[in-house]
Every structure is written in C-alpha cells, then in structure tokens.
Ligand binder design. Structure first.
Ligand code: GLN
Length: 550
C-alpha cells in the first residue's frame, strides 16, 4: 500500500515548507524507499508560467515541460528524482477541469459542489502521482492553514485518511515560532492557533515541525507537544541553518525518518544511509577561497527569481573548492549607470552570468555586459536569454551596426538575429508557443561544451573515446531562436555552434573560438544541477573563472 505524507503550514508562509518536504524526501530515500513529491498550490492561476517572478520567484521547468512552482526545484535537488507535470497543480486548474466537465455534461445535470466535485478532482490528481512507482508520496499544501483558497485542499487530504486508511496517512504541520524582542522568548501561541484551525478542518497533526530563527529548547518543545496534542518526539525543532542542505541531516538526527516509518509501518530494507549526503555537506561547510560572480539580470533585487541559477553556481563552487559570492546587478540600472558604479562591480567579478528573462527591460544593460566580457576575455555564461544577448552583441560587432536585435525587443529590426521560427510567426496566442521541457542537443566534438559534458557523462564515454558527437537532453523555456540566416557570417567571425538540435535546425549552444570561456545555451542548464552532481556547464564556467585568476 502506498503511504501518503501531507504537509501543511501554519502561522506564516515562506518558512521553508518546501525545503522541509524535499528534505523529508531525502531522508526516506536514504532508506531505500522510492519517493515522489507533489505541491498543491491554492492560488487561482491556471497557468503558473505566466505569473510575475515578483510574486512567486522562479518558474521551475520539469523534463516534461511543465512550468511549476520553485519548490519543485528543491524537491528535485534534494531527492535527485525528475518530477513530472503531475507534481504540481493549482486551485485554478482544478476548477478549470471541473467546470469543463460540467460544460461537457459529464456530471449529468447534477449540482456541482466543492464537496464532492472539487475535492474529488483534487484527489484524482493526487492519485496520478501515487500511480508512479513511488512507495511514499509527500504532498505539500501551499500557503497556510486558514487561507480561504486552501480549504478544498484541506478537505481533500482529510478525506484521504478515510479513503486509504489511518496507517497509510500522516499529517505534518510546519509552523513558525516568533520571538519577542527584548526577552528573546519563543512564542508557541500562534502555532497553537494554527493547529486549532487545522483541527477545525478535521485534521489532527501527527507531527509538528517548529521553525525558528534560533535553537528551540525542550521546554518549548514539550509545551507545543502538550497544547497541540502530539508526542514530544514528534515535535521537530528546525532552527534556521546556514545551508539548506543541512536540513535532511537535522531531520535524521532528530529521529524523524524513523518516526515516519514507525508511524506508518513502513518496512524498509536498509538502515538510513545519508553518508554520501553528509560527505557533500562537509564539502559545503569546509572553508574555501572566495570567487565573485556577477549575475546581471532584471530581477537582481529578487534573487528568488533565479533560485536554480544561484544553487547551480554554489554546486559548481563546492565541486571546484570555491565559495561562490554572488553580486546581483540590476541590468536596467546598468543601462543608465552614469558614474559607472555598476559597471565597476561587473568588472570586479571573476565571472559573469546573464540569466534567462522575458521582455525588453534591461536588455541593453545585458548587451553592455556581454560586450565587456567578450572584449576583456572574462568568463561569461549565458542562460537562454543570456545566449541570445551574446549573439546580439557579437552580431552588432561583426555587422558593424547597432541595428541588430531579437524581434522580441524590436520587431522591425534590420537584423533579426534572434527571431520566432517561421512556423510560429502567425500564432497570436502567446501561451501556446513556447518551447518547453527537455529537447535533445547534439554536441560538436572539440568544443568547450563538448569537453564539459564529456567529463561528466559516463554514458558518452564511448563516443568521446572516438571523438564523436553525442547527444544530451536539456530543459527549455523560450519562444525565440537563433536565426539560421546569420549562422555562416557569425561562424566565419569566430562563433562556434557547439550544440545543435539533431536535425541541425536549432542552435542550442554557442561559444567563441578565441575566448577562454564565453558560452551561452538556449536551454536552462540550471534546472538539472544537483548539490552532489554539479551541472557540467556551470562547473566548466567556474573552472574558467578560477583559471583566469590563477
Ligand atoms: N525571452 C526569450 C525567449 O522567449 C528568452 C526566454 C528565457 O530566457 N527563458 O526566447
């Protein structure tokens, strides 16, 4: 029988419920169990991909091309399992489905209600994840208990206990303990109230994860246990830690993995083995020489918008024994940088990353950055839009004109070096035209991209030994592509197309012949980097930064 763990949040949001779910996944995986994680988002948006990063941070893209919540990035990084579109859904999608069914007449004229119709649709979607080969399904309900939109989710997960049995369900409530300024006393009252709300929805938590900025002492733990009616050992104190990747180790130390297995009678073959994870943590914590990387992007004031990019840089840093310090530089401000203050910061960095993005704000600031990196031979990694920027900048140089652009930013440009593919130009609905999810990319031998992947991909060893091209898969999320009409001119001038689609139609990676490391990918490598397996392109980039300063 499949086991379900339902995670709810109390008091305030943004206290790390997603990381907790991900860390629980790792703790269970360490016992040889197969784990799937799912996020239920209470908001009404049908298409989370169109939400502003200011509202929800990064859009994380899965292999099968779903645009999802950034928590899925935590799930993948912690459990090292690729998730699918079934792993994230919103209230909007649920209602959309129910209303469509009603319009089609599927309900045979019945009165459509939140219970049972909406709750049944929620359970149907939870069951989709349960259909995978996972032994345990961790299901995180977004937001906090008491939110009006989350009510149908709470009702659905309450029903799940009846549907699949008490021994197969566990409810874990993540709360926050605020501190009173002068005395520094941790208050449990808001947590008590949120548990009361949860009980009002018919759910008694089996465990409480008590988030706090400081360590939680036994008195507080016992008080929470008493007032919220859970065993003291099922109150798991979770102080703020320096690195997110410490959380699985903490959960294990507090016996949470054993508690989960005991509570649901999960038989597992081996004792928990987090040794590889702990070795990685030691590497994370070991003091390392610093390396400064500038990220030049539109949302520089909101690093959550580039969550996976930041993590990928850290992963590569650990693998190269460097402590990556990121300087976030706002590309829009860089355009107007009158006294050169921001450009001075770009110049002070040992390497530059230009991440993905949409819309024309800040574009010229990024082009300025790429120009500097190319001329001064500073390592540059361009991610999706970052590759397009690199091509625009180089084409302006080669064609001796500034009349070069992407048609996304200037539809009438004389030289549309980045453009929609011919078959996309007539589509007026922007929603349906993105290239999303994993696509193959064939790597050109004897290029920087080829060597980077060759060093990491064991499956390609045979091809590498013979110096042959091999194929990798990377995740996409973009609408515009490199315009093939300019391929010859740019390659004659020194640009190498080191990754192309297998039919050679689409440019996937470009780099420069005469530059230590200036490389851009049309895909987003950051979605596949893992703490114990840095992405080859990020690693090669950091290595180039180190080589430059050595
Ligand atoms: N705006 C560009 C496009 O749609 C790049 C998108 C991105 O960086 N994810 O092609």
């Amino acid at each position: 029988m499949k086991k379900f763990i339902f995670l709810t949040g109390g008091v305030v949001s943004s206290v790390g419920k997603g990381v907790t779910a991900a860390a629980m996944g790792r703790v269970l995986k360490a016992r040889g169990l197969r784990v799937a994680i799912q996020k239920l988002d209470p908001y009404l948006n049908v298409d989370p991909g169109t939400m502003s990063p200011y509202q929800h941070g990064e859009v994380f893209v899965t292999e099968d091309g779903a645009e999802t919540d950034l928590d899925l990035g935590h799930y993948e990084r912690f459990t090292d399992e690729n998730l699918t579109r079934a792993s994230n859904f919103t209230t909007g999608q649920v209602y959309n489905e129910v209303l469509q069914k009603e319009r089609r007449g599927d309900y045979l004229g019945k009165t459509i209600q939140v219970i049972p119709h909406v709750t049944s649709e929620i359970k149907r979607r939870i069951a989709l994840v349960a259909k995978t080969n996972a032994d345990v399904i961790i299901c995180e309900v977004g937001g906090t208990v008491g939110d009006i939109e989350a009510m149908p989710f709470l009702e659905a997960i309450r029903q799940m206990r009846r549907d699949v049995g008490r021994e197969n369900t566990m409810y874990v409530h993540v709360t926050f303990l605020p501190m009173i300024g002068a005395t520094g006393e941790q208050k449990t009252k808001p947590s008590q109230h949120s548990v009361r709300d949860l009980r009002g929805a018919g759910i008694q938590p089996d465990a409480i994860i008590a988030r706090s900025d400081l360590p939680v002492d036994d008195d507080v733990r016992n008080k929470l246990a008493l007032f919220c009616d859970v065993e003291p050992r099922a109150v798991i104190p979770m102080p703020t830690v320096k690195s997110l990747y410490e959380v699985p180790v903490l959960l294990e130390q507090l016996g949470f993995g054993d508690l989960i297995c005991e509570r649901m009678g999960i038989a597992h073959s081996c004792t928990a083995d987090l040794s590889a994870w702990k070795t990685m943590m030691l590497a994370v914590q070991r003091p390392k020489p610093e390396i400064k990387i500038a990220i030049v992007g539109k949302y520089a004031d909101l690093p959550d918008a580039y969550f996976s990019v930041r993590e990928s840089l850290y992963h590569a840093g650990v693998a190269c024994d460097r402590d990556v310090k990121i300087d976030w530089i706002n590309s829009e401000q860089l355009e107007r940088d009158k006294n050169g203050e921001l450009m001075a910061r770009v110049k002070a960095a040992q390497g530059i990353v230009v991440p993905g993005g949409f819309g024309e704000r800040g574009i010229e600031g990024k082009v300025k950055t790429a120009h500097y990196a190319r001329e001064h031979k500073v390592p540059y990694l361009g991610l999706c839009l970052g590759m397009q920027i690199m091509c625009i900048e180089f084409a302006r140089h080669v064609l001796h004109t500034d009349e070069v652009n992407s048609t996304e930013f200037d539809p009438a440009t004389a030289h549309p070096i980045i453009d929609l593919m011919p078959d996309q130009r007539d589509i007026s609905d922007m929603g349906g035209t993105m290239r999303l999810g994993a696509y193959p990319c064939k790597l050109t031998p004897n290029t920087k991209a080829y060597h980077a992947y060759a060093a990491a991909e064991a499956e390609s060893a045979e091809a590498v030994a013979k110096g042959q091209a091999f194929t990798i898969y990377e995740r996409h999320r973009h609408r515009y592509e490199f315009n093939n009409q300019y391929r010859k001119q740019l390659s004659d001038a020194g640009m190498i197309f080191s990754g192309v689609s297998p039919d050679n139609h689409l440019i996937e990676i470009s780099e420069f012949r005469d530059h230590p490391f200036m490389l851009g990918s049309q895909f987003h490598p950051e979605f596949k980097s893992r703490p114990n397996r840095p992405h080859p392109l990020f690693k090669a980039f950091i290595e180039a930064c180190i080589a430059r300063t050595a």
